[in-house]
Write a protein that binds this ligand. Structure first.
Ligand SMILES: Nc1ncnc2c1ncn2[C@@H]1O[C@H](COP(=O)(O)OP(=O)(O)OP(=O)(O)O)[C@@H](O)[C@H]1O
Length: 454
């Protein structure tokens, strides 16, 4: 990474929403369409020569962001400047030049290469489309050169092979050759080794690093594999439900994550940073439906560090559990079927049982602390303020009596948090920036997106 490098890609307030049109039922019912906000208002800068990692769980918007960067998708909102030019406003001529300078390598080489084309035909095609390297002989020479560079040598032995005759590793090398044959400046690699046998992944990754130097490339590496991100990338951006929630130098993001989601992500794979002091983040629940993401910070329903209001007099863990209880009642995830006690005379006991159940944390397997098997807790052991406890008991009694409206009324206005109410701006937090209310650094909203030199 060159600290004095210029920005190559500048992304500002970029969004891509899918499903903007209404379905038949929505039209009949007069419902507004609820799009999937696959990428929602993200900003960042990639400097020349950087390798920028984009990480996050499946479905968080990584591929959509990658496709936006190479203009395989039109943005719903926002802008992308490549080498100073807005790529959404290019003339035909500019677009032609852009397409030559920017390439994408996909996860599955079996899908990205045409099975009816030989290696030569696949790799020479971009030269033909872009009208490069004059006639047949020059193009053949260039194809042979690039095949040798990607480790397919002697190249002549591969020229007439069809994809079905090659191994996965060889195919991905052909895909890399096809991307590099036009001498690009910027390559977006979407899970480039995840389909390959583990034994050959390192070889392909090292090749990609070598080629970066040789071609002076700038890369984006999209991956859910955090060890790969750590190995390859200078800088890393973490996405959650379409939001870019943390970005900064990779070592900082891995060893000293600031956003509770980033922390949870790395805690789930401790081998990525074995020396780090692991703090189990105890994420709760699963990733919510992207059509209907939570308000405020999208991670708040799962967050171990959810922030109590200023007038909360109990402990933070108690607030987190009380908030979980309220959420379960409001979403209909807590009902009389969750308790074993039944019968009219046992309402008090059933409510007690329901309270305990509602205050328990549903931690997904990969985030469960090794030392503790269960996540239920006796309400008496929690630092719950007296008033909060009676609110919860009353709500539990109403739920047991199937008076759900009553339970909702009791909880209305209780256990409120900024995390649910306000979407956090990206803020400075040490060498990285993060979108979390725990940090009070300067907001980046009105400032230039951060670059590798920040
Ligand atoms: N063409 C599309 N039409 C509608 N929804 C889409 C489309 N492409 C992606 N999505 C949705 O957008 C969200 C983000 O998807 P995307 O593929 O970008 O995520 P990802 O992080 O790359 O996931 P994965 O690692 O599984 O590939 C998902 O909810 C997905 O279902």
């Amino acid at each position: 990474m060159d600290r004095n490098a210029d920005p190559l890609v500048e992304v500002e307030n970029l969004s891509k929403w899918f499903g903007m049109s209404q379905g038949v039922m929505d039209r009949l019912m007069g419902n507004e369409p609820s799009p999937v906000k696959a990428v929602d208002d993200v900003s960042f800068t990639i400097n020349e020569g950087d390798i920028m990692g984009i990480a996050g769980e499946s479905g968080c918007g990584k591929t959509t962001l990658g496709k936006l960067l190479v203009q395989l998708y039109e943005p719903t909102q926002g802008s992308i400047h490549f080498d100073g030019n807005d790529i959404t406003e290019m003339s035909n001529d500019e677009e032609k030049k852009f397409r030559k300078r920017v390439q994408m390598i996909f996860q599955d080489p079996f899908e990205s290469l045409n099975p009816r084309m030989t290696v030569f035909q696949s790799v020479v095609e971009p030269l033909r489309i872009n009208d490069m390297y004059g006639g047949y002989d020059e193009r053949r020479e260039r194809v042979i050169e690039v095949l040798n560079e990607v480790g397919l040598s002697p190249a002549e032995a591969y020229l007439n092979e069809f994809p079905k005759e090659l191994s996965g590793g060889e195919l991905q090398r052909v895909a890399i050759a096809r991307a590099l044959v036009v001498n690009p400046d910027f390559v977006v690699c979407d899970e480039p080794v995840s389909m390959l046998d583990v034994s050959i992944r390192a070889g392909v990754l090292n090749l990609m690093k070598e080629l970066q130097e040789e071609y002076g490339l700038t890369y984006v590496f999209i991956s859910h594999d955090l060890s790969l991100i750590r190995y390859m990338c200078d800088r890393t951006a973490i996405m959650y439900l379409g939001d870019l929630i943390e970005q900064g130098p990779t070592e900082e993001v891995v060893m000293n994550p600031k956003h509770p989601y980033t922390e949870a992500l790395f805690d789930a794979v401790p081998e990525v940073a074995p020396d780090a002091e692991r703090k189990r983040a105890n994420v709760t629940g699963e990733v919510p439906n992207p059509r209907n993401p939570p308000s405020g910070c999208r991670f708040h329903p799962r967050c171990s560090k959810i922030i109590p209001p200023q007038d909360w007099t109990g402990g933070q863990p108690a607030f987190r559990r009380a908030f979980q209880f309220k959420r379960k009642v409001l979403t209909g995830d807590l009902g009389p079927e969750d308790v074993e006690t039944s019968g009219e005379t046992a309402t008090g006991r059933a409510a007690e049982e329901l309270l305990e159940h509602g205050l328990s944390l549903e931690v997904p397997e990969e985030h469960r602390p090794a030392s503790r098997s269960g996540t239920t807790i006796d309400p008496d052991q929690l630092e719950l303020p007296r008033e909060a406890e009676s609110t919860l008991r009353e709500a539990a009694e109403r739920v047991v009596q199937e008076d759900y409206d009553g339970a909702r009324d009791v909880l209305d206005g209780a256990f409120e948090t900024i995390c649910e109410q306000e979407h956090p701006d990206l803020r400075e937090a040490g060498p990285q920036i993060t979108a979390c209310h725990l940090y009070e650094g300067e907001s980046r909203k009105t400032r230039k997106a951060p670059s590798a030199d920040d």
